[in-house]
Design a protein around this ligand. Structure first.
Ligand SMILES: *[C@@H]1O[C@H](CO)[C@@H](O)[C@H](O)[C@H]1NC(C)=O
Ligand SMILES: *[C@@H]1O[C@H](CO)[C@@H](O)[C@H](O)[C@H]1NC(C)=O
Ligand SMILES: *[C@@H]1O[C@H](CO)[C@@H](O)[C@H](O)[C@H]1NC(C)=O
Length: 314
């Protein structure tokens, strides 16, 4: 099994698509048949990938519930093992409509078995504990925030989001104590004319952000310990494509760990991985292209035989 524990990237599109970026031709397509109960229809081709644990990916899909009125959509949380195609719908008493200021996070508190799904729903905080199979809600937990549908980044017991409202800040949540605080983003430079928003991720165990400074020039910042304080440092800047060639646009999709950044070439829909430690990029050889998908995301997971039911103890 160890030999088969490949690191794969799952993309947020239907039909499901995952690829191993080290084996160019070995990509696979999954069918979605098992994922939804017969009464439901998935609305969008694109869905949200929240996080991953032991080879299981948490995703949120917008579904149409036939039992409800026409045109009523709500969300479904699904734990999915892309390797075995096994899935499980997470019981959700709220199943809210997807709004840009709703967001999700997946992480654990003190110990690995203390897995939690976290959701900001308007001003409330919903927490689902997989250990106790129970939901809890804290009313009026957060003031106004806009997450632009981006999910939380989990690192060492904390979930981090960017609040994209007027003066952007980082919103951090202690998954154990369920306490929030705000932290500043790096002092980004350059023009605001670019339309790519900063993104969060982790890079070799540190919180990290990527932001387009000028046309196709990207800055990568890492939150590092400097003495007793944690400060942002600009660890690298890079551009892709020919110098001065503004015809093709490139967009960051995700910050993968190990200092690699998954990008998409908007002109061709081809995937690119930029490696910040080698200062080079390579094109991914995928049978599928990803054109005009601003909301495309990819998530790294390690293949496992863990069943989604094993994550929920009841
Ligand atoms: C890309 O994949 C095709 C088959 O899908 C293969 O023939 C080709 O050699 C691959 N190219 C690279 C650079 O791996
Ligand atoms: C989210 O947006 C809705 C309107 O779409 C608003 O009523 C609500 O207060 C917002 N919530 C937060 C936390 O900003
Ligand atoms: C992006 O796509 C365009 C159009 O196919 C192509 O000309 C360009 O070389 C691509 N960029 C890279 C870095 O491959």
């Amino acid at each position: 099994m160890k030999l088969r524990s490949r690191r794969m990237i799952l993309f947020s599109v239907l039909p499901l698509h995952a690829l191993d970026d080290n084996v160019p031709t070995d990509d696979m397509n999954h069918s979605m048949v098992k994922l939804c109960s017969p009464c439901e229809k998935i609305k969008d081709k694109v869905f949200t990938l929240v996080g991953t644990f032991n080879g299981i990916v948490l995703m949120v899909m917008v579904v149409k519930d036939k039992r409800l009125m026409k045109g009523v959509y709500d969300t479904r949380m699904i734990l999915y093992n892309p390797f075995t195609s096994e899935s499980k719908i997470v019981r959700d008493p709220y199943s809210p409509c997807l709004k840009p200021n709703h967001t999700y996070g997946f992480g654990y508190g003190v110990t690995l078995d203390d897995l939690k799904i976290v959701r900001f729903r308007d001003h409330d905080l919903d927490v689902f504990s997989l250990k106790t199979n129970s939901w809890s809600t804290s009313k009026n937990f957060i003031p106004n925030a806009n997450f632009m549908n981006e999910v939380g980044t989990f690192l060492n017991g904390f979930l981090y989001w960017i609040d994209y409202s007027s003066d952007m800040t980082i919103l951090a949540l202690d998954v154990n104590k369920m306490a929030i605080w705000r932290a500043p983003l790096p002092p980004y430079q350059g023009s605001d004319s670019t339309y790519t928003l900063p993104r969060l991720g982790t890079l070799r165990g540190c919180l990290c952000t990527i932001k387009e400074r000028d046309n196709n020039v990207f800055d990568v910042w890492v939150l590092e310990k400097q003495g007793v304080k944690k400060l942002w440092s600009n660890i690298c800047s890079f551009s892709i494509g020919l110098e001065g060639n503004y015809v093709n646009k490139y967009h960051p999709i995700n910050i993968l760990d190990d200092g690699r950044i998954l990008m998409v070439n908007d002109s061709s829909g081809q995937l690119i991985i930029y490696d910040t430690s080698k200062h080079s990029y390579k094109m991914l050889n995928s049978s599928r292209t990803f054109q005009s998908l601003r909301t495309l995301r990819g998530i790294e997971y390690v293949e496992s035989l863990v069943s989604p039911s094993d994550l929920c103890c009841v």
